[in-house]
Design a protein around this ligand. Structure first.
Ligand SMILES: NC(=O)c1ccc[n+]([C@@H]2O[C@H](COP(=O)([O-])OP(=O)(O)OC[C@H]3O[C@@H](n4cnc5c(N)ncnc54)[C@H](O)[C@@H]3O)[C@@H](O)[C@H]2O)c1
Length: 273
């Protein structure tokens, strides 16, 4: 008996085995949940998600998370496959063409910016609004979206995604209120450490920043597996009163001004020059 025994969930964003969503799906299965996997139709062509679906015995339903019809189909078919309403949803979707093309914040392309907002933030709004309309999520269900501390503090390389994550976190709070009042559904975000995934490593200078964050955090960077454990906790019945929160899963990074290790590296560089 796992802590998600008997629960039914939808997991977005498992692209390959490095994806945070991949680890969440595996742990959900291990903890007794039945899940439907979904991703953008284009991600299906890579074929990796099929391996995961076979491993955890999950159905795949392709859906572009910016498309309302796709989302409605996703919920309707998921409820059919899983035999009832959904208990939890993971939103693990992020994409910025400005970042991918290495365009600085001061010169953002607005078409890319708007696309980034739609894919990475409005998609959460759309997924919740369709669920609400269809009454697809069980009372006391749980929705989790993944964020980054760039929503609160400035990191130059994070360009438009900083603004987009701030919107994502606000959408989670607003829906947490409305869905909470209506159905006691929780909505939270997890602010995750830099993690070596396709989306993460697409950011210029990611490896250097990954090491910086690891040295800065008293507990070191949180891995995708660590993130999966927090997701499972939030999907479970042990967290029924946690909602509208942004939970830092970052080894203490967000509360550290500077670590001694960071200062020591700086000092040794100064002494060597
Ligand atoms: N990797 C990191 O350093 C890090 C840190 C904090 C937060 N996050 C967040 O975690 C989440 C998951 O990213 P990841 O790091 O696992 O990378 P990933 O590249 O494995 O996952 C991103 C997913 O978004 C999906 N996606 C893109 N456009 C879509 C669309 N239109 N419809 C449906 N799905 C779409 C992709 O196919 C992919 O599966 C993202 O929200 C990301 O911003 C990542």
């Amino acid at each position: 008996m796992g802590i998600l025994s008997g629960k039914k969930g939808i997991i977005t964003g498992a692209l390959d085995q490095n994806s945070i969503a991949w680890k969440v799906a595996e742990l959900c299965h291990q903890e007794g949940a039945s899940v439907v996997l979904t991703n953008a139709p284009i991600a299906m062509r890579l074929g990796e998600i099929k391996k995961l679906s076979e491993k955890i015995n999950a159905t795949i339903i392709p859906a572009d998370a910016t498309n309302l019809e796709d989302i409605e189909k996703l919920y309707r078919e998921s409820m059919q496959h899983l035999g009832g309403k959904i208990d939890f949803v993971l939103h693990s979707i992020g994409m910025s063409t400005n970042i991918r093309k290495n365009i600085p914040y001061t010169e953002l392309n607005y078409d890319y910016y708007i696309k980034g907002i739609d894919v990475s933030a409005l998609s959460l709004h759309k997924m919740l609004s369709i669920a609400y309309k269809l009454d697809a999520i069980n009372e006391e269900g749980s929705v989790v979206a993944l964020s980054y501390i760039g929503a609160q503090r400035t990191f130059p390389f994070y360009t438009d995604m900083a603004d987009i994550k701030a919107l994502l976190e606000s959408i989670a709070r607003s829906w947490g209120y409305h869905y909470g009042i209506a159905k006691r559904v929780r909505v939270n975000t997890i602010s995750q450490s830099p993690t070596k995934t396709t989306a993460g490593t697409g950011i210029k200078g990611f490896n250097e920043f990954f090491d910086f964050a690891d040295i800065q955090s008293p507990l070191g960077n949180a891995t995708a597996e660590d993130c999966a454990k927090i997701c499972i906790m939030l999907f479970s019945d042990y967290t029924k009163k946690i909602t509208m929160q942004n939970i830092y899963n970052d080894g203490g990074y967000s509360s550290t001004g500077v670590s001694q290790k960071q200062l020591d590296i700086l000092l040794s560089n100064v002494n060597n020059n």
